[in-house]
Design a binder for this molecule. Structure first.
Ligand code: NDP
Ligand code: 8X3
Length: 250
């Protein structure tokens, strides 16, 4: 039987590339994001390869998240794979100069949003005693770097929640995997630097950063291992990057 995957942050970057590789491999898709026109375009394109439905919500709105997931079309109600990917960094500054709205956004989206979506989906997995959850963390969830403070804290929380899910869901045969990428060339830096495209482009200049497709490929590998195999934690760097702050640039 075909599996159904629920992907948050499917409108861009890693989430979109994951939707594309899943579609090519006949996985049915529930694609989520705030940008409706992008969701429509994906439904049109990937709908040629697999069954696709979309949900437009902000992961911060827990009532909307719960309502929309509870009211999925009947043939999309069973979710086999959850990809908790929606997230971003907002700002890059010292703790003393940090912007409180940015802190709220990162904690509300990256941590609480992930929890709201998980809370709406995990119970059906525990009833069936099967399911797969992939949490997209970051190297920022493994190491703290200067000026990364609250983004790093949010991703450390994702790392902790990944471990917590693995422990609590163990008796339900639910597989849980955390993937922690280094620099991936997506809209991530544009969001972090609030639309400053020059500053964003500099992050990926002088070396070959990871591409969204590299991470999507790894996610697909992780979810297609035999049932008895659970890849619990993966840290993925570009070859040129040795730590959050050490990048071998030309
Ligand atoms: P993108 O900016 O390309 O994608 C972010 C996605 O998250 C978009 O689809 C966006 O959709 C969605 N999103 C953001 N905020 C919300 C919200 N409030 N509600 C619902 N959806 C939201 O970045 P990436 O693909 O790079 O990021 C994906 C994940 O990977 C994030 O969790 C990020 O922290 C993580 N990551 C990224 C790295 C990188 O270097 N790029 C490295 C390590 C981890 P929309 O705007 O339509 O809502
Ligand atoms: C994104 C990678 O190093 O900018 O999570 O935090 S980093």
């Amino acid at each position: 039987m075909k599996q159904t995957a629920f992907i948050t942050g499917a409108t861009s970057g890693i989430g979109k590339a994951t939707a594309e590789i899943f579609a090519k491999n006949n996985i049915r898709l529930i694609l989520c994001g705030r940008r409706k026109e992008r969701l429509n375009a994906l439904q049109e394109e990937l709908g040629k390869l697999t069954a696709v439905t979309t949900l437009q919500f902000d992961v911060r709105d827990r009532h909307d998240v719960a309502d929309q997931i509870a009211n999925l079309p009947k043939d999309f109600q069973q979710i086999d794979i959850l990809i908790n990917n929606a997230g971003n960094a907002h700002g890059l500054s010292t703790i003393q100069e940090g912007n409180i709205e940015d802190w709220d956004a990162m904690l509300d989206i990256n941590v609480k949003g992930l929890l709201y979506v998980s809370k709406a989906i995990i119970p059906q997995m525990t009833i069936r005693n099967s399911g797969f959850i992939v949490n997209i963390g970051s190297i920022a969830g493994k190491e703290v770097y200067p000026n990364g403070n609250v983004y790093c804290a949010s991703k450390h929380a994702v790392n902790a929640l990944n471990k917590a899910m693995r422990l609590d869901l163990n008796k339900h045969n639910i597989r849980v995997s955390g993937i922690h990428p280094g620099a991936v060339e997506t809209a991530f830096s544009e969001v972090r630097f609030k639309g400053d495209t020059q500053k964003a482009a500099n992050v990926y200049k002088g070396y070959k950063a990871l591409q969204a497709e590299d991470i999507a490929d790894i996610i697909h590998f992780v979810i297609t291992r035999p049932y008895h195999v659970n890849i619990e934690d993966l840290v993925v760097y570009p070859t040129a990057q040795a730590s959050p702050t050490i990048v071998n640039k030309n």
